[in-house]
Design a protein around this ligand. Structure first.
Ligand code: APR
Length: 257
């Protein structure tokens, strides 16, 4: 592991346009469950129930959606950035971060100190809510209150439309600007670092491929194997927080000399 840590630190020292790509595994050390590990969200809930089409057409699916979303939001509210997020914020301070592309909806890259324009939220954010009909915005805490006070499916105060957190569900259109920007920046990167993702959900999982096509070095840091390991330059399997803290320690040492 030590040798791999040193190799990745070397890559970082030599790179100027680093793109970091995070999945739910980057936030588990902040107390937020991921999706596909044992005990993850898709162990407790059936992903089939959370397709956008079902949310639009079926009241019971909407109730299930809000039940899951309310539970997850409680853990999001309490969550603090962990060493993964802090390491990525430090890469920006070192002027080496082109951007962080995240599948996560927890806002922890913002909380860790990365600038808004450097964060691409491919799957939206759970920290705000919109009316699907008139697009009026609602504060997530205010909607959480309504649910905790017994409202099963919150609706818009203005037009009675369906409220939904500003996240992207299966079957819902990806945010066009963010997706295109993620493709471009992945292709233009000189180092692409995946942290805490199973790399099974498209189109997000295409980003490391675009990076390789653009000539970047690819590093995957994940507890479990991923389908893209075979063409990564370096794969480090282990706990991301500890690995990223050790990598940035090495980078600081090298830059200081
Ligand atoms: N350190 C390193 N790896 C970790 C850690 C950790 N502390 N915790 C979990 N992991 C790894 C797991 O081994 C797993 O491979 O992170 C990965 C998380 O994978 P998923 O749960 O599939 O999360 P993600 O890849 O982000 O899922 C993508 O799927 O359900 C949709 O929209 C949802 O954005 C999500 C998308």
């Amino acid at each position: 592991m030590e040798e791999l840590i040193e190799t990745v630190a070397e890559f970082i020292v030599r790179s100027r346009r680093i793109v970091v790509f995070t999945g739910a595994g980057a936030s588990t050390e902040s107390g937020i469950a991921d999706f596909r590990s044992r005990g993850g969200i898709w162990d407790k809930y059936n992903p089939e129930d959370f397709y956008f089409q079902k949310f639009l057409t079926n009241e019971e699916s909407r109730e299930k959606y809000w039940q899951m979303s309310t539970e997850v939001y409680e853990s999001l509210k309490k969550a603090k950035p962990n060493p993964v997020h802090l390491a990525i914020a430090e890469l920006e301070k070192l002027d080496k971060l082109d951007c962080v592309i995240t599948q996560n909806i927890d806002g922890l890259h913002h909380k860790a100190g990365n600038s808004r324009e450097k964060i691409i939220e491919l799957h939206g954010t759970a920290l705000s809510v919109s009316c699907l009909s008139c697009r009026r915005k609602y504060d997530r805490d205010e909607v959480q209150e309504r649910i905790l006070n017994g409202v099963k499916v919150p609706r818009c105060d203005d037009c009675e439309g369906l409220l939904k957190p500003d996240t992207i569900s299966f079957g819902q259109a990806m945010p066009e600007r963010e997706t295109n920007e993620a493709y471009e920046r992945s292709f233009g990167s000189d180092l692409f670092v995946v942290i805490g993702s199973s790399l099974v959900v498209q189109p997000a999982a295409t980003m490391p491929v675009r990076a390789k096509q653009g000539g970047a070095k690819l590093v995957i840091i994940n507890r479990d194997p991923t389908p893209h390991d075979s063409y990564a330059d370096v794969v480090i399997n282990g706990v991301a927080g500890e690995i990223m803290a050790r990598i940035l320690g090495k980078v600081r040492e090298t830059i200081r000399h």
